[in-house]
Design a protein around this ligand. Structure first.
Ligand SMILES: [Zn+2]
Length: 460
């Protein structure tokens, strides 16, 4: 009896301890604003571009096995997010499939806009303040990390304002894009605007900006004989170009890392570079995923994140906001390259593991993982249910059959169109958060609510 009482006492004490910790975590942010001795809140927002549940399931099956668990799967908070998009000329009319520009704008600003827009409003073309700018005004540090060009739609929407996402450098402000005129002339400096995306990022107050996109910084600044990279240096950025320089970078300087001309190389590819193929006359032969030789000198998303967290947290009592994007889950899916998407989801998952360890040591850190929109890949039977009926039955799309490390084959189909690139889908996307996010996210929210939740968490 005494033994049972002792056990009960221990259990009750443990429960009290857990409750105390939960209460402490939830009030730590409120206190931090009033009490300079308490650490301020941090937010790490991880965006898997195009990372819908299909992409996650495909990657989980390949990386961990059908009964396995990703780090993502251990996150204690889970919600579903409705993606919202409006029409450019008729902003009251909804559009049901987003791009990365309007969806990142919704997350970064809390405002729904039209496709292609970077933190600007549909039709009126007004600049909309972003969470990064709000955090900077409050004296917090800010950072953006991506495997795409740093000028690509997702990172740009957090720190730049422009009418069209492809106006990435001073030489591409007015041009033809798939038969339509892309016109960012109103944003040009000669017309009183802030310039192209790379010029805006170079002049930004970001503490750390890492990814690809060097080619957008080596061109000359509008109306100048100096490059945009030179502008970034004169604005106080330490500019680096290699994985070696990144490994050796120390906190204390604002850091701009441009590790490739355009988007960073991806980790995995299909056997001998194969992508999904049209099943004619028969199903494509099964294939393995292999390491992409082009990835060799590319800094991993995890390494870039480690450095960003060092820079943002070193001697910082005011908190920070960091957005991390695994961009090519989406880009590889556009190219019908399932192995490529799997490798980039693996990069996101191992980066998340590192960020969660950081949050263990800095418990005032809210970690949120979500996607911006759905993508084309569908997990389908590796041969059709109806193929045994004597008539060949194949997908009208393109298909890949991946040889799985644990045995068997996984069929992945791409069938949004017959053009050179697949398109996004309009499905709601998942959202995950760590312990401190408990109670902040309802089970079903809309994308702009992510902005509101992060803003209120940071007390902005
Ligand atoms: Zn895309």
């Amino acid at each position: 009896m005494k033994f049972i009482l002792t056990i009960l006492l221990v259990l009750v004490s443990l429960l009290a301890l857990v409750l105390m910790q939960a209460i402490t975590a939830s009030i730590v942010i409120a206190e931090s604003r009033d009490n300079p001795d308490k650490p301020a809140g941090n937010v790490v927002l991880i965006i898997g571009d195009g990372m819908d549940d299909h992409q996650i399931t495909i990657a989980r099956n390949y990386l961990k096995g059908v009964r396995g668990r990703l780090v993502l799967d251990e996150m204690p908070v889970r919600s579903a997010v409705q993606v919202l998009t409006i029409d450019e000329t008729e902003p009251t009319r909804p559009r049901f499939v987003a791009d990365s520009a309007n969806s990142a704008t919704a997350i970064a600003t809390g405002t729904v806009t039209s496709r292609g827009r970077i933190a600007t409003s549909a039709r009126e073309d007004q600049d909309i303040q972003t969470i990064v700018e709000l955090a900077q005004q409050a004296g917090m540090r800010t950072g953006l990390v991506t495997t795409a060009s740093v000028t690509d739609a997702t990172p740009a929407s957090f720190a730049a304002h422009i009418k069209f996402r492809r106006c990435e450098n001073p030489d591409s402000m007015v041009f033809m894009y798939y038969g339509r005129l892309a016109d960012c002339s109103k944003d040009q400096k000669k017309n009183g605007g802030p310039g192209s995306i790379s010029e805006q990022l170079a002049a930004s107050r970001l503490d750390v900006l890492l990814g690809g996109g060097l080619k957008h910084f080596t061109v000359n600044e509008e109306g100048s004989s100096e490059s945009v990279e030179r502008l970034a240096r004169s604005e106080g950025f330490h500019v680096i170009r290699t994985k070696f320089e990144l490994s050796n970078a120390h906190p204390g300087k604002r850091l701009l890392g441009l590790f490739s001309d355009s988007h960073l190389a991806v980790r995995l590819r299909g056997e001998n570079g194969r992508s999904a193929e049209k099943p004619s006359p028969g199903l494509p032969a099964p294939m393995a995923c292999e390491n992409n030789p082009a990835y060799k000198d590319t800094p991993s998303l995890k390494l870039m994140t480690q450095k960003a967290l060092e820079i943002l947290s070193h001697g910082n009592g005011s908190g920070f906001f960091l957005m991390i994007e695994s961009a090519s889950i989406d880009k590889q899916s556009h190219q019908r390259n399932a192995c490529g998407s799997i490798g980039e989801l693996a990069q996101l998952d191992e980066t998340l593991a590192y960020v969660l360890k950081f949050a263990d040591i800095h418990p005032e850190t809210l970690v949120v993982v979500t996607a911006d929109h759905g993508q084309a890949a569908q997990l389908v039977p590796s041969d059709s249910l109806f193929s045994g009926r004597g008539i060949p039955v194949y997908t009208p799309g393109s298909m890949v059959r991946i040889k799985m490390p644990g045995g068997g084959e996984m069929g992945i189909n791409y069938a949004t169109n017959e053009f050179v690139a697949e398109e996004h889908t309009g499905v709601a996307v998942p959202l995950y958060a760590n312990d401190i996010g408990k109670g902040l996210f309802r089970p079903f929210i809309t994308q702009p609510e992510i902005f509101n939740i992060i803003r209120s968490f940071l007390g902005l």
